[in-house]
Design a protein around this ligand. Structure first.
Ligand SMILES: [Zn+2]
Length: 179
């Protein structure tokens, strides 16, 4: 567990791990830009998927349990989704947030949809603790701790990562029950 954690890129990579999009012509066959990173599912990170959405885990030792809910369609805004998909999206977000609270007991859950870098609808669902690197700012802010402290994984974070594994294992069944 510790070695796996230690091998992970240091903090500050969260923003950089947000995939960047390059300008490129849309495919002639559909609206998916060839260069959109979210149009290509990452099978390793994917916890669950159906026709409308997929849930992927974001492994960051400083934010254990972080997940993203990604639209399977290349659309920029939630109002681009069908009414059915909109309802499912909301129910998924609530269910995932609930499971996160049960398993990880965070001080706060941040649910964010930005999409400025990648205009492909996705939601960040992030457990937050008062002692995490960025609290009370967003995770895209500068860390509150020194770079040296930021690169070290604390005992508390290792314990939370173990609980995150339980959360990640439980969430596919929860998502599959939602239509
Ligand atoms: Zn896309």
């Amino acid at each position: 567990m510790r070695s796996a954690v230690a091998q992970h890129p240091p903090v500050g990579t969260v923003l950089e791990s947000e995939p960047s999009i390059m300008s490129g012509p849309p495919s002639a066959m559909d609206s998916r830009p060839i260069s959109c990173p979210l149009c290509t599912p990452d099978s390793v990170a994917t916890l669950w998927s159906d026709d409308h959405f997929r849930l992927v885990k974001v492994v960051d030792p400083h934010l254990p349990g972080f997940v993203r809910l990604i639209s399977q369609q290349h659309v920029a805004e939630m109002s681009d989704l069908s009414a059915t998909a909109q309802r499912q999206m909301f129910r998924l977000l609530v269910a995932i947030e609930s499971a996160m609270r049960v398993n990880l007991s965070p001080d706060k859950v941040n649910v964010a949809s930005l999409g400025n870098q990648v205009p492909h609808l996705h939601w960040h669902i992030i457990p937050r603790w008062k002692d995490d690197l960025y609290f009370p700012d967003s995770i895209w802010s500068a860390p509150k701790r020194s770079p040296a402290a930021s690169s070290a994984v604390t005992v508390v974070e290792v314990e939370r990562l173990a609980r995150a594994e339980t959360f990640w294992k439980s969430v596919p069944e929860i998502c599959a029950a939602i239509r």
